[in-house]
Each structure stands twice: as structure tokens, then as C-alpha cells.
Design a protein around this ligand. Structure first.
Ligand SMILES: *Cc1c(COP(=O)(O)O)cnc(C)c1O
Length: 503
């Protein structure tokens, strides 16, 4: 940058030729050339994603790169980039592909990737401080509050993902309901053991959270679900009463807005009423569904979400931010800060200067924090929140479309009615088959689809029935991708059956 101090650069006096080492290049021009090439290749990579297989297994020689020892000496950036082009970029997990529907992941976006790049170039640590990135971090948290109908007075923090967002919120809930100063005295000092409640469909991260919070797995009660796989509110009420009578302290209900298995959304209005009556904390795990609040055709499904005490949401799912970014929101900002704030002598605030703004690390477990906000901010600015809402509606409509295709295809069977964008079904031949054989057949279909690079889907078991599972959290998916999926599943299923008969 050959600018002068009129551009805000300070004049440099008496600079000597360099003797000390640095990580900066000797030749910025060569770096510029390579960087332009990388960006050009990146644009092509995403532009052409549809023409590549969703996934492919790595040949052994490509894996050799990952067995190389710790490099002792230098390599050129060009040669490193060449190796990545050969051995890394062709072998992704696949979630940026239009026919990736496994588990539950976003599909990323180019602008978000530029955001991650610029965030790294600016290089700010979001532990806190008085600087622009910290303001943007708080602005994105404010936008998340607005999207789910939380008041501006609530607090929040951007974290690595939904699991971390949930544990942050559940920590605040534990401390708020413990009846003692848990931070000082620990969970062993809690008078009546705390109980948390979620449905038998809740995400596994809640068990990890409860275990990590020192409460033990038995403190997390799994409440049965109704026919639509939503928490049975009457059963929950009974469980709470039972626990109170037995000397436990009911502390927190974990509602799920969008379960991983089937996309079921608990009755948030009823749970908010119950939480108020029972004086328990209401946490909503909205990693999948909280953002349905911005989708005009479907927002009604999460009505009441704004009444929660805390919400976990996941911008790397339905906002398609590149990994990682999750968000924990807590209605009572003082309780949130009170669960984590510490001010060691080396992080004292100052009246002016870099340390004169609130420390953002006081709202979670990390001290250093990445600048996760920029990728979310840029994509939201570029497209506007309304478009993200329409894309959510589009995925839910695609869920219905696929579901209808399955219902009208004789060889396929819907396992549960489709609620949002998650479709659970299986291939079922005309001839009766044992459950175990049917499961093996469906797994074989799933693996052949993956190995041929046609589509990625995953499997699960719902109420004892094994099924294939398509979760359409993907802004690149089109209806013809779903047509193709159905066609290929039927073709593969028939083919595998024919093959096994001729054995
Ligand atoms: C994805 C998900 C999580 C975990 O979020 P990560 O971002 O993967 O850590 C938690 N709960 C639900 C319902 C989810 O779908």
C-alpha cells in the first residue's frame, strides 16, 4: 500500500533494511498473483458445484498428504496451493452441493466465505475491546434477537454452533434456578437436585451439556412425545409434579423448535404458559427451527418463541453461514453476564482506548473469540432477511414436494408425516421383507447413492422404524434434484433386490 498519512497511515521514519524475520512475504506482488488465482478458482469451484459428485471417497495416494510429517522448512505458497488443489478441494464432505441432505447442515455461500476471509485479514480478536468488529458482533446478535422476536434488552453471544449455544443458555438456566451461588459453591452445594426436561426427541448435545454442567445425565428427563413427535405437555406437567413431590427442583424445560429426526416443533405457546405457571426456565433449542420465524408462510409454526427465557439458534444452518457460527440469546442480560463474567487483573477496563468497551468474553466460555459476525452480516446485507425467509419457505415447500412424490411412488413408504423440511421414508418392495433385511437394503441404497456421488442422505430410527432421512437445508436444491432422488432410489432398490435374488 503506497499511501501517505493523508489516508490515515503514519509516516515511517528511519526504516532500516529488514534483519528480523516475519511471516509476511518478501514479494507482495507474487502473493497478490497467487491470491487472485485462488479467488478465481474459488468462484469456479462454487459455480460448478452441481457438475461434481456430491461426495467421493479418497484414493489412497491422495491421503498421503495427510501423513506427511511436521514440515521443518519452507515450501512455496504456490506449491502448497497446488497440493490442496489435488488432495483437499476435490474431497469435501459435500454439504455445499445441491443434493446434500444428510444430518442437518447449511450449504454455505460465497459472500459468507469472503466475510471469513476479510475477518481473518482484519484479524480482530472478539474477546472484546473498543473497535468496529466488536460493534458488528453485537449488531449481528441484535439482528438475531429481532429475527426471533426477542427484546433489545436481551443479551446474546455468537459461539461455535448450536451445541455451544445450548450449553451457554443451560448454564445460565442452572445458575438462575439453583437457589445458591453455583459459581462459588458448585453443584454439590445445591439443596434440592435440579431437574431439566426435554422430549425424547431432543438433540444429544443437551445430554453433553447436562453432564458437563455437573448435574449428571439422570437430571435430564426425557418426556414422551405425542403422535406428531412433539413433547407431550400433559406428561411434562406430570413429570414436574412428580419430581417436586420427590424433593427435586424442576429448573428448566428444553423445548425443541425443529427436532433432528423429523423436524417436530414443540408447542411453544403451551410450554411458555407451563414454564410461567411452574416457575421454570424455558429454553428453546431452535438450532433448526428458530429462524422459521422469518419465513412468511411458516412463521406461525414457531409462534411463542419470543416468550422463551433463552434460545439457541444456528446461523450455519438456515442462514447458510460458512462454519462455524451459533448464537445463544438470553432474555435476562444480567443473568447471562452473571453466569460467566470475571475480570482478571490483566483485563481491567480503561476509561479510554482499546479496553474502554465491554468485554464480549464475559458472555460465554471462550476468552479469545473469532470474528464470526462478518460472514453473517455480509450475507444478510447482500440478500436481505426477507430472502432468507423465502429460502426457508422454499425448503419447507420442497419437503412437502418430496413427501408427495414418495406417497405417490409405490415402492416408497413415508414413515412419518412431513412437518417441515425433513422427510423420513424407506424403500419397500412389494414382497414382504423382514425389518432387519429392509433396514440393510435401505442402508445399501443410501451408501450406493453416496458412493456414486448422486446424493447424500442419512438414516435414523423413528419410533423403532428404520428409515432414510432427507433434510433439505440447502439453498441450491431444486425440485428436479428431488425428482432425481426418487428415481434413483427406486432404481437402486430394484437393482439390489434383483442382484440378491440371482445369487
Ligand atoms: C444442529 C443441532 C444442534 C447442534 O448444533 P451444532 O451447530 O451442530 O453444534 C442442536 N440442536 C438441534 C435441534 C440441532 O439441529
Amino acid at each position: 500500500m503506497d499511501k501517505n498519512d493523508a489516508d490515515g497511515l503514519l509516516p515511517i521514519h528511519g526504516v532500516q533494511p529488514r534483519t528480523e524475520e516475519t511471516l509476511d512475504p518478501d514479494d507482495w506482488t507474487a502473493l497478490r498473483t497467487l491470491s487472485h488465482r485462488i479467488v478465481d478458482d474459488a468462484v469456479d469451484y462454487l459455480r460448478d458445484v452441481r457438475s461434481r459428485p456430491v461426495w467421493r471417497s479418497m484414493p489412497e495416494d491422495a491421503k498421503a498428504l495427510f501423513e506427511q510429517p511436521l514440515p521443518r522448512s519452507a515450501s512455496s505458497a504456490e506449491s502448497i496451493y497446488h497440493e490442496l488443489g489435488e488432495n483437499l478441494m476435490p474431497y469435501p464432505l459435500g454439504n455445499v452441493h445441491p443434493r446434500f441432505w444428510s444430518w442437518y447442515m447449511g450449504a454455505s455461500n460465497f459472500t459468507g466465505a469472503l466475510g471469513d476471509f476479510l475477518a481473518a485479514i482484519q484479524g480482530s480478536n472478539l474477546g472484546g475491546g473498543n473497535h468496529a468488529a466488536a460493534l458488528m458482533d453485537q449488531q449481528v446478535v441484535d439482528w438475531c434477537k429481532e429475527m426471533v422476536g426477542f427484546p433489545v434488552s436481551a443479551s446474546g453471544t455468537l459461539v461455535s454452533g448450536g451445541s455451544m449455544a445450548n450449553i451457554i443458555a443451560l448454564t445460565v438456566a442452572r445458575n438462575a434456578k439453583a437457589g445458591i451461588d453455583v459459581r462459588e459453591h458448585g453443584v454439590a452445594a445445591i439443596d434440592r437436585p435440579l431437574r431439566f426436561y426435554g422430549s425424547d426427541q431432543m438433540h444429544s448435545c443437551h445430554r453433553k451439556a447436562i453432564e458437563s454442567l455437573g448435574l449428571g445425565n439422570t437430571a435430564l428427563r426425557r418426556v414422551p412425545t405425542d403422535a406428531a413427535l412433539r413433547i407431550d405437555v400433559a406428561a411434562l406437567r406430570n413429570a414436574i409434579a412428580e419430581d417436586r413431590a420427590a424433593g427435586f427442583q424442576p429448573a428448566c424445560v428444553i423445548a425443541t423448535a425443529g427436532t433432528v429426526n423429523t423436524g417436530a416443533i414443540d408447542d411453544l405457546m403451551a410450554l411458555a404458559d407451563l414454564a410461567a405457571e411452574e416457575d421454570v426456565w424455558l429454553h428453546v433449542d431452535g438450532c433448526i427451527g428458530a429462524l422459521i420465524a422469518i419465513a412468511p408462510d411458516n412463521a406461525y409454526r414457531v409462534a411463542g418463541i419470543g416468550r422463551a427465557d433463552s434460545i439457541a439458534l444456528d446461523p450455519h444452518k438456515w442462514l447458510h453461514a460458512p462454519f462455524e457460527v451459533g448464537c445463544a440469546l438470553v432474555r435476562d442480560a444480567a443473568a447471562h453476564r452473571g453466569a460467566f463474567a470475571l475480570t482478571p487483573e490483566y483485563l481491567q477496563p480503561t476509561p479510554r482506548g482499546i479496553a474502554s468497551a465491554p468485554w464480549l468474553y464475559e458472555y460465554g466460555l471462550q476468552t479469545s473469540r473469532g470474528f464470526r459476525a462478518l460472514k453473517v452480516w455480509m450475507a444478510l446485507k447482500e440478500h436481505g432477511v426477507e430472502k432468507f425467509g423465502r429460502l426457508i419457505d422454499q425448503n419447507i415447500a420442497q419437503g412437502r414436494y418430496l413427501s408427495d412424490l414418495i406417497v405417490s411412488e409405490q415402492r416408497l413408504e413415508l414413515i412419518v408425516p412431513t412437518n417441515i423440511n425433513i422427510v423420513c421414508f424407506r424403500y419397500r418392495p412389494e414382497k414382504e421383507m423382514e425389518e432387519e433385511a429392509l433396514k440393510a437394503l435401505n442402508i445399501e441404497i443410501m451408501l450406493q447413492l453416496q458412493e456414486a456421488g448422486i446424493a447424500a442422505l442419512s438414516d435414523t430410527t423413528v419410533r423403532g422404524a428404520h428409515c432414510l432421512r432427507v433434510a433439505i437445508c440447502n439453498h441450491r436444491t431444486r425440485r428436479d434434484d428431488l425428482d432425481l432422488l426418487v428415481k434413483e432410489i427406486v432404481r437402486l432398490g430394484d437393482q439390489i433386490l434383483r442382484g440378491s435374488r440371482s445369487d
